[in-house]
Design a protein around this ligand. Sequence first.
Ligand code: URA
Length: 233
Amino acid sequence: MRLDRFLTETTELTRSLAKKAMHREEVRVDGEVVRNPATRVDARSEVTWNGERLALVGLRYVMLNKPAGVECSARRGLYPLVRELIDLPQVERLQTVGRLDVDTTGLVLLTDDGQWSHRVTSPRRRCGKVYRVSLAEPLVGDDLARAVSRFAEGIELEGEEKTTRPAELIMRTATEAELTLYEGKYHQVKRMFAAIGNHVEALHRESIGPLVLDERLAPGAWRELTEAERAEF
Ligand code: URA
């Protein structure tokens, strides 16, 4: 690949800043100062910027057990970002695959492979996301039967043109629900339970399609996906 592209892939430099760095003689290839941005380099070339060796990192696929109080966003706002929990080079390139609210815990996927991310979130794949939901009010008897059928049929949420896609509700206890969604509207789980007069006190995502949160990951811990997990999408 061209040297300027190598620099943009391995540093935060834009192409024009990479060219400027070359003009300032900060960039060397195999020990020689190089000023021509079109110079061809590959993974075996020893490229340095200000004496620091640069290496192509390839595409990464990560699962994280998101704790409460961190944000699935690209820019820092009030809360720390999920990717700040991840100790990988060029971590700023990792994007979350969909989002969880700041107070929601559980499975978050991150990658720098935009096409893979798109495959995971594509509505055409009908990829079920399983949430464990702690409810403020017990949901039992006729109320439960009504909730199961309303969620299965799809319900109207304020501000949405379309009803929700059919969702599966199972109660583990009177206040602990397991809800499987096949889409991801804003605050969807909380809004669905609010629509039936209940309130979500805690929300945890257990799985996305075939990818299940690794139970060995403590809140805040992460690991790279295995090849087999990555190949699921
Ligand atoms: N639904 C919500 O309400 N919040 C989440 O974080 C995920 C799904």
